[in-house]
Design a protein around this ligand. Structure first.
Ligand SMILES: Nc1nc2c(ncn2[C@@H]2O[C@H](COP(=O)(O)OP(=O)(O)OP(=O)(O)O)[C@@H](O)[C@H]2O)c(=O)[nH]1
Ligand SMILES: [Mg+2]
Ligand SMILES: [Zn+2]
Length: 311
């Protein structure tokens, strides 16, 4: 039987089969030794073949079908390992907030670079806009301007006033969607508004602080409608760009990619080189300051990873 993994807790895997049954499956030990650099051999979104063990009657995952794509992050606890967040996704959303909690532009940019790296279309949701005061509204306008100019879709939203909900719903239609962001930005709350029958657990951020935990603990795929799926994920504190060469980076900034033909060298780092399309575009105001800074921050970070790799 073929199925799709809805949730993986490490010991059990919840799989939805093609005929609509939801089964608890085990994973034979041989998979766990597979790719040594991954913390999880099977991720949400994986298409698998399952069989029923005749002796124990347990359902067992027999085979993982090729992944169309996947999105990975550095494992938070074991930095040399990678954690597959999800696979076979059509679109990724970052849920960010201007306050309560604040999401930095650097975090948004790291997310966008990772999505570009895996060729996954990305959308930015700015949630909790009902809380914004005038000064923060100006920030929101600026953010919308910066990112829409580059070509990203930005959707301001609120689970309180329902602003943006129809746009989010429409953009998720007929796709498998991944939702990521810091803890407390309202990822699960948004899904509850998109489909009230989900009844996902949510908690106020002061509650999260007290407990020091995330409310959502396992990445899980839910059905939002016919042929429409969404993967809710636990909040993440930090995202790092990994497994990228420094000279590739600007190719994942669409506004830099556009002008890098004008650089004299094709491996231009856009730092001190004389004839540089990116520096020129920046000086003309065609690349925003925050994006330009994010580029150099990520560049520094991947260079230092490279340094450690060579040690
Ligand atoms: N004012 C306001 N509060 C919101 C909005 N969306 C969510 N919240 C609140 O924010 C808090 C956190 O929401 P959750 O949905 O649990 O956040 P999460 O992103 O799923 O968090 P983790 O599961 O820990 O990653 C809850 O108290 C929600 O009621 C919004 O649009 N406006
Ligand atoms: Mg949640
Ligand atoms: Zn350059």
């Amino acid at each position: 039987m073929e199925g799709v993994v809805l949730q993986s807790t490490g010991s059990w895997y919840i799989v939805k089969t093609e005929d609509g049954n939801v089964l608890n499956c085990r994973l034979p030990g041989r998979f766990k030794i597979g790719e040594k650099k991954d913390t999880n051999p099977i991720a949400v979104g994986d298409k698998v073949i399952i069989t029923q063990d005749e002796a124990t009657t347990d359902f067992v995952i027999d085979e993982i079908l090729d992944r169309k794509n996947y999105i990975i992050r550095q494992s938070p606890r074991q930095k040399h390992l990678r954690h597959i967040i999800a696979s076979n996704i059509d679109q990724a959303f970052i849920v960010a907030t201007i306050s309560q909690p604040r999401t930095s532009l650097g975090f948004i940019d790291r997310f966008l670079v990772i999505a570009e790296m895996y060729h996954i279309p990305a959308t930015i949701i700015i949630n909790k806009v009902d809380l914004l005061k005038q000064k923060e509204m100006d920030k929101l306008e600026e953010l919308i301007k910066v990112y829409t100019e580059i070509g990203y879709r930005v959707i301001p939203s609120s689970t309180q006033t329902f602003k943006g909900i129809d746009r989010i719903k429409e953009s998720m239609q007929n796709k498998t969607n991944l939702i990521m962001g810091h803890s407390g930005v309202g990822k699960s709350s948004l899904l509850n508004v998109l489909n009230p029958s989900l009844q996902l657990k949510t908690a106020s951020i002061s509650n999260k602080w007290e407990k020091g935990t995330h409310t959502t603990t396992f990445a899980t795929m839910y059905e939002l409608g016919i042929n429409t799926y969404v993967i809710d994920t636990p909040g993440i504190k930090e995202l790092f760009v990994i497994e990228m060469e420094p000279e590739e980076l600007s190719g994942y900034f669409p506004e830099m990619r556009k002008v890098s033909d004008l650089c004299q060298f094709n491996n231009c780092s856009h730092e001190n080189e004389q004839q540089c399309g990116v520096k020129e575009a920046f000086s003309k105001g065609k690349i925003s300051e925050s994006r330009y800074m994010s580029y150099f921050n990520i560049l520094d970070n991947i260079r230092s990873q490279d340094y450690w790799k060579r040690m």
